[in-house]
Design a binder for this molecule. Structure first.
Ligand code: NI
Length: 187
């Protein structure tokens, strides 16, 4: 297993319509294992394949099994998903590993029913609600080339993008600063 590099906005792969998985082979298992490791390492709730540069219809999720603080985490490996139904409405503060430094309230369906395949190609239908449903919709959007900022009103999106650019510039500055400190340790 290996931790892959997570791509950030504005990498064009985030805008790609991802292709269906047709081969359920060892390469797919390796890719899914790497995605789970990369997601956990980054402390993310979910990760879509195009976030590591591969435009394929796969996402992984690490979801707590209850609201309790010490709840265990269930890992999901979702291949070729299809949202069969959506109902209700929920607003949840979302972030994204491809937009480090920002989070925004997004309106989503409160419940979704998802049909997908596992790594062996077996078909599964499962219901998700609350945060799990939010995560499913966020990751499903990635496979369509849609990110959570695309779900905001034009004004909120402009503000969010401004905040993102500021956060990205600050992160670059901090990195360079660390580099400078490394060559001049007396600073
Ligand atoms: Ni995301």
């Amino acid at each position: 297993m290996a931790v892959r590099t997570i791509v950030t906005y504005p990498n064009p792969v985030l805008k790609e319509q991802c292709a269906a998985v047709t081969e359920f082979d060892d390469a797919l298992c390796t890719l899914i294992d790497d995605m789970v490791e990369t997601m956990n390492e980054a402390d993310g709730l979910g990760l879509a394949a195009n976030q590591i540069g591969l435009p394929l219809r796969i996402f992984t999720m690490a979801l707590p099994t209850s609201d309790e603080e010490d709840a265990s985490v269930e890992t999901f490996e979702i291949v070729n998903p299809e949202i069969l139904s959506r109902s209700g409405e929920i607003r949840f503060e979302e972030g994204c590993l491809s937009f480090p430094g920002i989070s925004e309230l997004v309106k989503r369906a409160e419940r979704v029913q998802l049909r997908y395949q596992d790594r062996s190609g077996a078909s599964i239908v499962r219901d998700f609600d609350g945060v799990a449903a939010v995560c499913v919709q966020h990751e499903f959007d990635h496979l369509e080339g849609v990110t959570f900022v695309d779900r905001l009103s034009p004004l909120k999106r402009r503000l969010a993008m401004r905040a993102y650019k500021r956060a990205a510039a600050q992160a670059r500055f901090d990195e360079e600063d660390e580099g400078r400190s490394a060559v001049r340790p007396w600073r």
